[in-house]
Design a protein around this ligand. Structure first.
Ligand code: ADP
Ligand code: MG
Length: 247
């Protein structure tokens, strides 16, 4: 299904693994100003292929921390993450970066586009990192799919927040990731724009069969995912849909 991975013939995430993500006994302790702080403590999570999982919880409860660890951007203090059939603990920094460039997409609250590059160049980046030679044409198609073909030459600061997040979605999906991680993707957008961005994100995800791990404050958005997990005391607990809808 995904032809973009000549460097990893042994890894067939979409067809070969029922779970795309498995975190076991994840702990994270950091040095804070008041001494050591335990953010995550024995956290477990499993995400199946094609599944959309929402992570909700109060500010400061560790949602961004766990997302970074599950995506291989940060390392846990203890425990193990298996992402797309690979144990992240056994990969070095370069190998993790390669896995992310090919098979993993990210969307952040503050968009995180590179300011010196055009929209098109931002979308080309993951393809170039993955050594693809048709980066420009694929990036242009992807920009058109998010409705921004006419903004390809604009730099991020010349775009509205909603447009920047659509560029970020194009960048996240251009390498046809098996899994997308999104951290409060509507947090910096007004309600109306946020809804349009979410509709776009969910439709891109559905058309590609990608899994989604979404951190959000928005209960209505969480309710659109297959499962909701609540961050509580450094762990994730299942939360019923009725509860999410009622609050
Ligand atoms: P959330 O995304 O749920 O708002 P975070 O994962 O960003 O929460 O942070 C969880 C807690 O850990 C917060 O209290 C934050 O201040 C603290 N924290 C996160 N990263 C670090 C770090 N590198 N050093 C010290 N404290 C941190
Ligand atoms: Mg956060």
């Amino acid at each position: 299904m995904n032809s973009a991975h000549p460097s990893q013939p042994e890894s067939e995430p979409r067809s070969g693994h029922r779970h795309v993500l498995h975190g076991r006994a994840i702990g994270k302790t950091v040095d804070g100003p008041e001494g050591s702080l335990t953010i995550l403590d024995g956290l477990e999570i499993t995400v199946d292929a094609g599944e959309a999982v929402a992570i909700v919880g109060p500010s400061g409860s560790g949602k961004s921390t766990v997302l970074g660890i599950l995506a291989g951007l940060d390392l846990p203090t203890s425990g193990e993450v298996e992402l797309l059939g690979q144990g992240l603990g056994s990969l070095d920094e370069d190998q993790r970066a390669r896995l992310r460039a090919g098979d993993v997409g990210f969307v952040f609250q503050n968009f995180q586009l590179l300011p010196g590059l055009s929209a098109l160049e931002n979308v080309m980046l993951p393809l170039e990192l993955g050594g693809q030679d048709d980066a420009a044409s694929r990036a242009r198609e992807m920009l058109e799919e998010v409705g921004l073909g006419h903004r390809a030459g604009h730099q991020p600061l010349q775009l509205s927040g909603g447009e920047q997040q659509r560029v970020a979605l194009a960048r996240a999906f251009v390498s046809r990731p098996a899994i997308l991680f999104a951290d409060e993707p509507t947090g910096n957008l007004d309600t109306e724009t946020g809804h349009r961005v979410i509709d776009l994100m969910l439709s891109l995800r559905a058309s590609r069969g990608a899994s989604l791990v979404l951190v959000t404050h928005d209960e209505r958005l969480a309710a659109r995912c297959d499962r909701r997990l609540l961050m509580q005391d450094g762990r994730l607990v299942e939360r019923a849909a009725e509860l999410a809808e009622a609050s």
